[in-house]
Design a protein around this ligand. Structure first.
Ligand code: NAD
Length: 363
């Protein structure tokens, strides 16, 4: 019997619809190849959600996301909605989706394609072969801790407060995800904290160490976040899986992603609940929206992560990476990764090239 999966497509705003359209071409090829049925339901989110219903995360869109095996998101936001009150801004839809779908783990690979080594600001020998996965805790820590806010003191001056909180349960579950994904890679995990200064991360270190006992084949090391930030630019290839808190992960995953040179190349997965959400790490790029210039490869690579983490299909991720690598090796580039002597193509042509490669050589 054919396996049937539901996929919610949330293209969003700006270049979101342009890059999701290309990812759908890839989904359809793999659907045919694996003899699956992928039911795709496209719904508005972000600014598009606000225009359609007055809210950035319409009920219909949240329901479609909840009912799906996986969600593919483009990007949200843009100047048109910047002046809306905070709760109606497009970006609020992301937080709503993450918390409603209980997506507490964000997986962000930073992998460099050999053809793009020159696009990195770091030396070739430092980044060549780089393949890191940052596992960021996504629904706890200082971004959510209470008390929080800005209050006025008796003397009329103000005080800003945020609180770093982690429970043992929150640490255990993100550590398990990190150990599980490390089991599919080089079996090494670096846990990053600031245990010398912050009690919440002293507990983090203790609980991660304890949880590792469930995964005896995985090697665990610890590093302070300041050292990790430094080591990521000094010798990034020493890392494989990095697991860390929400705020440290936010910062370190951006740092790691820039080692690879382009924001248009990097996929991400948010997992932990019953389904997962997959999206490029970039935003809606209003400066190039509607011009056919956006790089669709981050979204296309996100499809590979979707098959691996939500649809229990390991192989498509590798097929997609191989197809992307082959297209890059043939010299095709979208404007963001263009360099001298290469062949410049637009969004849709890049999607077609990867699709063509998948159909002919990828399997
Ligand atoms: P951005 O990632 O949209 O763009 C930063 C720069 O990178 C721009 O010059 C853009 O043209 C370029 N760029 C981004 N993606 C590209 C791609 N695929 N191909 C080629 N070039 C690409 O970040 P920003 O400009 O800071 O934010 C724009 C809007 O996106 C804002 O409203 C912001 O809130 C929103 N945003 C959304 C998400 C999300 O949906 N997950 C993430 C970040 C920012």
């Amino acid at each position: 019997m054919k396996e049937n999966f539901k996929i919610a497509l949330l293209p969003g705003d700006g270049i979101g619809p342009e890059v999701v359209r290309e990812a759908v071409k890839i989904l359809k090829i793999i659907e045919a190849k694996l003899n699956l049925t992928l039911e795709m339901d496209q719904v508005p989110v972000g600014g598009a959600g606000y225009e359609a219903t007055g809210h950035p995360l319409p009920d219909e869109s949240l329901t479609a996301a909840k009912n799906a095996n996986a969600v593919l998101l483009g990007a949200v936001g843009g100047p048109k909605w910047e002046k809306l009150e905070f709760s109606l801004r497009p970006e609020r839809a992301l937080l709503g989706l993450r918390s409603s779908l209980k997506l507490y783990a964000n997986l962000r690979p930073a992998k460099i394609f050999p053809a793009l080594v020159e696009a990195s600001t770091l030396k070739r020998e430092v980044v060549e072969g780089l393949d890191i996965l940052v596992v960021r805790e996504l629904t706890g820590g200082i971004y959510f801790g209470e008390p929080r806010g800005i209050e006025t003191l008796a003397d009329g001056t103000r005080k800003g407060v945020n609180t770093l909180v982690y429970t043992e349960m929150e640490i255990e579950r993100i550590a398990r995800i990190a150990f599980q994904v490390a089991g599919q890679r080089s079996k090494k995990v670096m846990s990053v904290d600031k245990a010398n200064v912050l009690e919440a991360t002293e507990l983090w270190r203790e609980v991660v160490t304890r949880t590792q006992k469930e995964f005896p084949d995985i090697e665990l090391q610890h590093m302070y976040v300041d050292n990790c930030a430094m080591q990521l630019v000094r010798d990034p290839k020493q890392f494989d899986v990095i697991v860390t808190t929400n705020m440290f992960g936010d910062i370190l995953s951006d740092e790691a992603s820039m080692l690879t040179g382009s924001i248009g190349m990097l996929p991400s997965a948010s997992v932990g609940g019953e389904n997962g959400m997959y999206e490029p790490i970039h935003g809606s790029a209003p400066d190039i929206a509607g011009q056919g210039k956006a790089n669709p490869l981050a979204t296309i690579l996100s499809v590979g992560m979707m098959f691996k983490y939500s649809l229990n299909e390991e192989e498509p991720g590798q097929w997609i990476e191989d197809a992307v690598e082959s297209v890059l090796n043939q010299g095709y580039r979208t404007p963001d990764i263009m360099s001298k002597g290469m062949k410049e193509v637009g969004t849709s042509e890049m999607g077609d090239l990867v699709a063509g490669e998948l159909e002919t050589n990828g399997f």
